[in-house]
Design a protein around this ligand. Structure first.
Ligand code: PGA
Length: 252
């Protein structure tokens, strides 16, 4: 069986001091919920400090992005090697990166490969916009993002990677997908697609998260779905109590 995972994407929120404070306040509670994996993804500037605070806990650390080159004249960028010293996970292809920073399918694929090569576990995000959803193109878009994101990768590469299905219209809007609707997209366009793209074993093994306005009030309904293995949480991951409640819901 797949272990549930609740990941927090803090986005561009929290100074170093605020980050340490938040981690301090969630750490004891999360540490008790042993049947769920937690990953928190603070901004780059807080990673080293938070890493120290998480030492000896079962909470994993993740970054929100990376560049694919190992090093070089790329002002402002962060390489997989630099991150490998600090984190075990990295979010790649988040819709905000695709929309505001022009992360193309090709760039996402380069980032996934570079992360894996550095020993990082990617959390690959896919999801359709409202316009694509209304045009009935959800399946096509999600499968395109999945196929191109994983291009050139095989069964042995993907062991600990996760996929997050995040419909863009549900992110930060308070308007989550229906649990059943999200499960259907995940089952048909991600898990079944993975079976033919990579292998049925990988499809069964890989954890697929739902993201988009997950909160304590709706989390349980998502986690009861057979193909939803956890959540990538944005807004609610910034509130200690809400993030702990969502993690408890994943524990069943
Ligand atoms: P949200 O964000 O929970 O605030 O909707 C989710 C995400 O963007 O990962």
């Amino acid at each position: 069986m797949r272990r549930p995972c609740v990941a927090g994407n803090w986005k561009m929120h929290k100074t170093l001091e605020e980050s340490l404070h938040l981690v301090d306040s969630i750490k004891p509670d999360l540490d008790e919920i042993k049947s769920v994996d937690n990953v928190i993804c603070p901004p780059f500037t807080a990673l080293a400090g938070v890493k120290e605070l998480l030492e000896g806990t079962r909470i994993s650390l993740g970054a929100q992005n990376l560049f694919w080159e190992e090093q070089g004249a790329y002002t402002g960028e962060i390489s997989p090697l630099m991150l490998a010293e600090l984190v075990s996970y990295v979010i790649i292809g988040h819709s905000e990166r695709r929309a505001y920073f022009q992360d193309s399918d090709e760039a996402v694929n380069k980032k996934v490969k570079a992360a894996l090569a550095a020993g990082l576990k990617p959390i690959l995000c896919v999801g359709e916009t409202l316009e694509e959803n209304e045009a009935g193109r959800t399946g096509e878009v999600v499968q395109r993002q999945l196929t191109s994101g994983l291009k050139g990768l095989g069964e042995k590469d993907l062991g600990e990677m996760m996929i997050a299905y995040e419909p863009v219209w549900a992110i930060g809007t308070g308007k989550a997908a229906t649990p059943d609707g999200a499960n259907q997209v995940i089952k048909t366009h991600i898990r079944d697609a993975l079976a033919s793209l990579i292998s049925p074993e990988i499809a069964q093994k890989m954890r697929i998260l739902y993201g988009g306005s997950v909160k304590p009030e709706n989390a349980r309904d998502f986690f009861q779905q057979p193909d939803i293995d956890g959540a990538l949480v944005g807004g609610a991951s910034l509130k200690a109590e809400a993030f702990v409640e969502i993690t408890k819901a994943a524990a069943g």
